[in-house]
Write a protein that binds this ligand. Structure first.
Ligand code: SAH
Ligand code: SF4
Ligand code: F3S
Length: 444
């Protein structure tokens, strides 16, 4: 095989979509005979799977490329590939060619499956290659079969996005929304369950609109019902839900299905109706608050997390206070908070009223302070409860302990044997922090 005796390392930036893409590329390289290595310094092929959702994400990639240059000087046969969302933006391929001429391969989001073939051509011909398709092709389902990596797996249900929120680059770099056929999704999950997977996370930029583009009449609620029926599967998660498309039928369905976890990631982005409209989000704060109330009514104990942007163009202090007010009202379990970052090619980047960095920083700080208090209080309220935890392995911060997640997606750290990894255990929660809970395995 082409890659026999050769090694690779994939470094992933960005969201779960990219994590899943990186898994797919790793499977393809392994099918071609390459072996994964933990350290990029030991690799014959290095792939950066990039994100461009904010400027910071891009800067990380340029920083990494600077480090990798040294490896290339030491080993001229090293193949360096830059793949994913960044490459899909106009002008970026040329910029990388210029700033990092030692990069051998630029690979767009619709060309990832060509990775092994192109790496091989580069190794033989010693010539750089660029493969960037602008249009999304049909979904490729017949790639080499994927291997399960433990008890959890990501399963993509839709690619791309049609929403064009005015701040967001994703629809430009990922193309139009395409749903996978339910048969393909169900088969993939059944295969994973046969290999020991007990928790799946269904992925899409907007899972709620799943199926709209398919001939077969199926909604996200319908898909969940079918996934729930798979024997041996224990937990179902899904990201991301769009508040506009979260129908009453979906609320009712998830409340009824036993495997669907009691957690919804429901990005609200902003609390002011004026800003929500400028963002083109398609809902109001009132609609959002009603949806939250309905979720809490139907699913007691449900945890809610969100994404928030501060400093969108034209955001006044008053608008921002409405975001704070909404956050205080909803009492999210956790929130990912971002400073607005103008993205070339999006509508918001051309809007008047772009705010100075200091204003964004100051608002971000206030928002995070508020959310941290809420997160801690929410976790404190859980102390004393016994919860089901799926053990993920040794804790990253304290490898002598285990870490895992509750059905509500709370991170729990507790003492226990490593061979519990991949198992469900009951844990009594003993202490709360802002980002995690500590506990002890219950002995009953
Ligand atoms: N499809 C998902 C996630 C998209 S990207 C959704 O609709 O929620 C993840 C998050 O990044 C978004 O929810 C948003 O909060 C943030 N984000 C996207 N573009 C951004 C930008 N230009 N500046 C700052 N944050 C941004
Ligand atoms: Fe971006 Fe909006 Fe699509 Fe999410 S729904 S990926 S924020 S355009
Ligand atoms: Fe980033 Fe691409 Fe995901 S831009 S957030 S990696 S879809």
């Amino acid at each position: 095989m082409a890659g026999q005796g050769k090694t690779f390392k994939i470094i992933t930036y960005g969201c779960q979509m990219n994590q899943r893409d990186s898994e797919m590329m790793a499977d393809l390289l392994q099918a071609a005979g390459y072996e994964p290595v933990a350290d990029e310094a030991d690799a014959d092929v290095i792939v950066l799977d990039t994100c461009c959702v904010r400027e910071k994400a891009e800067n990380k990639v340029y920083g990494k490329l600077g480090q990798i240059e040294r490896l290339k000087s030491a080993n001229p046969d090293l193949v360096i590939a830059v793949a994913g969302c960044m490459i899909q933006q106009p002008g970026v391929a040329a910029k990388i060619r210029q700033q990092a001429p030692y990069v051998d391969l630029l690979l767009g989001t619709h060309n990832l499956a060509e990775l092994p073939k192109l790496v091989e051509e580069i190794r033989v011909l010693h010539q750089p290659r660029v493969a960037v398709r602008e249009e999304e092709g049909a979904i490729v389902e017949d790639l080499p079969r994927r291997r399960a990596r433990g008890a959890q797996a990501f399963v993509t249900i839709t690619y791309g996005c049609n929403n064009f929120c005015t701040y967001c680059i994703v629809p430009y770099v990922r193309g139009r929304e395409r749903s996978r056929r339910p048969e393909d999704i169900l088969k993939e999950i059944k295969d994973l369950v046969d290999q020991g997977v007990i928790e799946v996370t269904l992925l899409g930029q907007n899972v709620n609109s799943y199926g709209r583009d398919l001939e077969e009449k199926i909604s996200f609620a319908g898909l969940l019902t079918r996934v729930n029926a798979i024997e041996g599967l224990k937990r179902i998660r899904y990201v991301t839900s769009h508040p506009r498309d979260f129908t009453p039928r979906l609320v009712e369905t998830i409340s009824r299905l036993d495997k669907v976890c009691e957690h919804v990631h429901l990005p609200v982005q902003a609390g002011s109706n004026r800003i929500l409209e400028l963002m083109h989000r398609g809902y109001t704060r009132e609609h959002y608050l009603e949806l939250v109330a309905s979720l809490r009514r139907h699913i007691p104990g449900i945890s809610l997390t969100t994404d928030l942007i501060v400093g969108f163009p034209g955001e006044t202090e008053e608008d921002f206070r409405e975001t704070l007010d909404l956050v205080a009202r909803v009492q999210f379990d956790n929130a990912f908070t971002f400073m607005y970052s103008p993205r070339k090619g999006t509508v918001a980047a051309t809007l008047p009223g772009q705010l100075p960095l200091e204003v964004k920083k100051e608002r971000l700080k206030r928002l995070m302070e508020l959310q941290n208090q809420i997160s801690l209080a929410k976790n404190e309220a859980l102390v004393g409860q016994e919860v089901e935890v799926l053990v993920e392995g040794p804790s990253k911060t304290d490898p002598s302990r285990l870490s895992g997640r509750t059905r509500t997606n709370k991170l729990v750290i507790f003492p226990g044997d490593q061979n519990l990894t991949g198992k469900l255990v009951n844990v009594r929660l003993t202490r709360a922090q802002t980002w995690l809970l500590k506990g002890e395995i219950s002995c009953d």
